[in-house]
Design a protein around this ligand. Structure first.
Ligand SMILES: [Zn+2]
Ligand SMILES: [Zn+2]
Length: 272
């Protein structure tokens, strides 16, 4: 049992013991090449569990006749495919002894698989994923930005259009009520009032009459019930269809109508 007890690598004292994190390959001569020697690296695996990483190989000079191997689980087997003289040469190479006569063995692929390419590939792939994610984020942000822009533009226009009749009604009511407005409130809202305001902003009317601001629901007006928000290069489904827009506007109009009618009676009596 050369595998146990395990020993440190020491070729000079006959201890050819090595542990391999990665796969280990021995070389066989390619029989198809007759005019030139070609070596084919062949991977060793546990005959029981087929593990090919984390293997240990051992050969003690003077004691063993074949190389013995063990897998991480603990299966051990003899490995006559690994040539003893090649194994000992590889152990000397791993111990730092470079021998010109044996360089061909390393070049043929004998020994533990080299690590770098696998790691680089993984790293690059992960990096590419990160870059792609970043790109996607940027693209999404751009689309969102465009949609916001369109919504704002269209929304403002639509809101103004939609509020025109309502604002007209509210303005009438406002004018009628101007005398009865709480002076403190009016002062707070507009501290210096040289003369009665010609046309206060729509927002003032809204505030005065508790009309819901249309920003809360003009989204459906954005898509104009087509269900899609469109702009140059962009066409996305409207995500806020059937929102409270219609309801809010209807409520505003009802309220305005009520206010108008209530004041209309007084108007007929107060104005000439
Ligand atoms: Zn095994
Ligand atoms: Zn909509």
């Amino acid at each position: 049992m050369p595998i146990s007890p395990w020993r440190a690598l020491s070729p000079d004292t006959g201890d050819h013991y090595l542990f391999f994190e990665r796969r280990f390959r021995y070389v066989v001569e390619d029989p198809e090449h007759t005019w030139r020697r070609v070596w084919v690296p062949t991977v060793i695996a546990c005959p029981v569990c087929e593990a090919d990483t984390g293997l240990r190989l051992a050969f003690k000079t003077g004691t063993d006749v074949v190389v013995e191997a063990a897998c991480p689980v603990g299966h051990t087997w003899v490995e006559p495919r690994v040539d003893v003289s090649q194994w000992m040469a590889y152990c000397r190479y791993r111990a730092g002894q470079q021998e010109i006569d044996w360089l061909w063995l390393i070049e043929a692929g004998f020994g533990e698989e080299p690590p770098p390419p696998i790691d680089y590939v993984k790293e690059i792939r992960e990096g590419a994923v990160e870059v792609a994610k970043y790109g996607r984020r940027k693209a999404k942000a751009k689309v969102r930005r465009e949609i916001r822009k369109v919504k704002k533009k269209v929304g403002k226009r639509v809101r103004n259009e939609a509020m025109r009749p309502v604002a007209a009604l509210l303005r009438t009511a406002w004018t009628m009520q101007a005398g009865g407005v709480d002076p403190a409130k009016a002062a707070r809202r507009r501290p210096t009032e040289p003369k009665p305001p010609k046309t206060p902003p729509v927002s003032a009317y809204r505030k005065a009459y508790g009309v819901q601001a249309p920003e809360k629901g003009p989204k459906c007006l954005v898509c104009e019930d087509t269900g899609r928000i469109t702009a140059p290069g962009i066409s996305v489904p409207c995500v806020e269809c059937g929102g409270p827009a219609a309801a809010a506007l209807a409520a505003a109009e009802r309220r305005a109508e009520r206010a108008r009618q209530g004041k209309d009676e007084r108007r007929t009596s107060t104005t000439k």
